[in-house]
Design a protein around this ligand. Sequence first.
Ligand SMILES: Nc1ncnc2c1ncn2[C@@H]1O[C@H](COP(=O)(O)OS(=O)(=O)O)[C@@H](OP(=O)(O)O)[C@H]1O
Ligand SMILES: Nc1ncnc2c1ncn2[C@@H]1O[C@H](COP(=O)(O)OP(=O)(O)O)[C@@H](O)[C@H]1O
Length: 466
Amino acid sequence: MRRARKKKIVLTSELFSTTTAAPKGRIGRGLGLLLYGVAFSGLGAAATFYSMVQKGFASFTDAESAKLFVPDSDELQQIEETINKHPLVQELRSRPEFKESRPHLKMSSEVRSRTLTGGALQGDGMIMVPPVAFIEDGGKSIVSVTYIGDKLCGHPGLVHGGLLATMLDEGLARGCFDALPHKIAVTASLEINYRKPTQANSFLVLRGKTVKVEGRKAWAEGCIETLPAPGEKPVTLVEAKGLFISPKYAAQKLTLNISNITWHPSLSRRERNQLRSQRGLTIWLTGLSASGKSTVATALEQHLLHLGLSAYRLDGDNVRFGLNKDLGFSEKDRNENIRRISEVAKLFADASTIAITSFISPYRADRDLARELHAKTEQDGDEPIPFVEVFVDVPLEVAEQRDPKGLYKKARAGEIKEFTGISAPYEEPVNAEITIKTHENTVEECVAQITNWLIAEGYVKSEVKN
Ligand SMILES: Nc1ncnc2c1ncn2[C@@H]1O[C@H](COP(=O)(O)OS(=O)(=O)O)[C@@H](OP(=O)(O)O)[C@H]1O
Ligand SMILES: Nc1ncnc2c1ncn2[C@@H]1O[C@H](COP(=O)(O)OP(=O)(O)O)[C@@H](O)[C@H]1O
């Protein structure tokens, strides 16, 4: 909004008056401008645009938009006060079925500046303050108040009829959006009848009523009248009726417009972690079958979630039966299994989640590759994703004795080939950050050991709750 000229606005009946005689020959009673035809690109487009803003592209809600305008001059301050104190506005504010907004201010300033009534026609001497609108629930009616200066005249001192037609087009359409599918409409027809000349530098009230709705069509009628001074009656200046149609392409159009939004460049990992108040990392459990990886990983995931952290476990249940269902237990397949899991864990961690993996991952080279993959995420000054290797260390005899699935038995009997620890290697870690011994400590103790390490390293802020 540009700075307004210094001009005193006096709160008298004169201020609200628009009863100057019409210049002869310009406007006769009943002589009107008739706009017919489906105007999808002109006025109609404006209606569509506003509905989109209302539906999902608005930067601000109705309530937020109502509070956004801050007058930056005495003149604008007086206009604001006149609107705010007027009995009509006060009455509308007391009626719960009417929602107050300043529709133009729901848009971002970037979008608004490209609109006719929110951009080009707003400012000193024109539409001087963003119109205040009250829309009845269900798109039944609308009342809005506007102040028009003296720079949008047709004849000197009289507001241009084209502006009044535009205001009615937008106002009637906006009033019925909520009665239509997709809350969208384009103007199919608009009939305008000028009843009296409209004085510049005056407050105007637009009233609209949705008179009929049939499927995608809504018929609305309304007028522009004076904002009366106390004790006076409003004077009808312009009347209008129109047909507004919610187009079939409405839903598609909304989707298409999303692709036109310019997004902020990608967030850095540091920014994402800050916004999520959590550093993403990967906790990589490795150990023999039946060493306790799944049991500890499950308990750890639950514990971290209870601490309010985002954690997600990757294990055979959700990986070997899905993403990696094409892989077996040959060395090559295990290499590929671990490579894919490393990539997925890295993505979870990049999204500020604590990824917990529980796979045998018997080959040192595979685990080192996973570590490297995480380390390589250090770029453009962004911190690398931490990789925490946890060796679930139990002697083979303990695992074999546990044998919860009877696999060791089968492996010994030769029924399962290439079984880790029996007929396939397990290469113990040499540089694991943490080693847990599930044959010496309980599940809870193992979880506490890992969590305390994370806290000590500053990866997790919360205290361990015992
Ligand atoms: N040949 C062979 N060797 C080892 N394990 C076998 C084998 N065949 C099937 N299973 C079952 O598969 C689970 C191990 O899958 P992983 O994806 O963790 O293995 S690996 O990391 O690719 O080596 C493993 O589960 P856990 O016992 O939970 O580790 C076994 O139940
Ligand atoms: N402290 C412990 N931590 C983890 N598991 C334990 C512990 N003590 C006994 N167990 C048992 O050991 C078995 C390990 O099985 P599981 O967690 O499936 O191991 P893995 O996923 O390594 O194959 C389970 O039956 C579990 O109850």
